[in-house]
Design a protein around this ligand. Structure first.
Ligand SMILES: [Zn+2]
Length: 245
């Protein structure tokens, strides 16, 4: 069956475009993981190339850096996401108590939030009174409106961990791999630079498949932001290196 035609028939002129769905809340991990892998491993190899290592040694350094980075990224993301989850759970426990023992305050808050959405007068009274009828509905409304939380948007600590850790490893490939193949470090660094730039643009472009933005702008933006980070890291590195050691 042709889904697109059916959808078009439903809504007339503009076909219904489905949302991104399940991966939506993990795009920060995806972009962060890949970009972090690309940039930090590139800076690592660029940093040690000047130190007189041969390509194999640079590659081993990159592998060690990639593993360390991925593990640190994954565990950090796991803990961060879990902590955020626990904070929300604690807030919701408190909210249940508020609903039971300070209901008038909660209803006043709900009224304010609906009023801010543009609901007025009698409609406002009606909406608030409907939520007043059910503890569960009131809690769900406060959860969504006061805490900005809905269950479908909650992030699993395990998925966040997997996305950011594995993608850090993927991101480390462009700057690391050339050293596994190159005959000398300068050739390796040249290819690492090229592949790193291509990969950064690629991440920006890939992102527009879900952000529906302009691929060229997003690609160059990613290259520019990460590149700027690289410049800052380089400057700090040389400032430290030039210090009294
Ligand atoms: Zn409350």
């Amino acid at each position: 069956m042709d889904d697109a035609t059916e959808v078009e028939a439903d809504t007339g002129e503009i076909p219904y475009e489905p949302h991104i769905g399940a991966t939506r809340q993990y795009w920060r991990d995806i972009v962060l993981g890949v970009n972090d892998g690309i940039v930090s491993i590139f800076l690592l190899v660029a940093g040690v190339v000047g130190g007189g290592l041969d390509p194999r040694q640079v590659f081993l350094t990159a592998v060690a850096g990639a593993v360390a980075g991925a593990v640190s990224m994954a565990s950090g993301e796991f803990l961060a996401t879990k902590s955020q989850d626990e904070v929300l759970d604690a807030e919701l426990r408190l909210e249940r108590i508020h609903i039971r023992h300070h209901r008038d305050k909660e209803l006043a808050q709900l009224r304010e939030m609906f009023a801010a959405m543009g609901i007025e007068g009698e409609d406002l009274d009606t909406v608030v009174s409907i939520f007043d009828k059910s503890d569960r509905a009131l809690l769900e409304a406060m959860k969504a409106l006061e805490f900005g939380a809905v269950d479908s948007e909650r992030r699993s600590p395990f998925k966040a961990m997997a996305f950011s850790g594995l993608l850090f490893l993927v991101g480390s490939l462009p700057p690391a791999l050339p050293f596994a193949l190159a005959v000398d470090v300068n050739t390796g660094l040249l290819w690492a630079s090229i592949l790193t730039a291509v990969a950064l643009v690629g991440v920006g472009v890939a992102k527009t498949r879900v952000t529906r933005g302009n691929p060229l702008v997003a690609g160059l933006e990613n290259l520019a932001i990460a590149g700027l980070g690289g410049v800052v890291a380089y400057l700090i590195g040389s400032a430290v290196g030039a210090g009294p050691v």
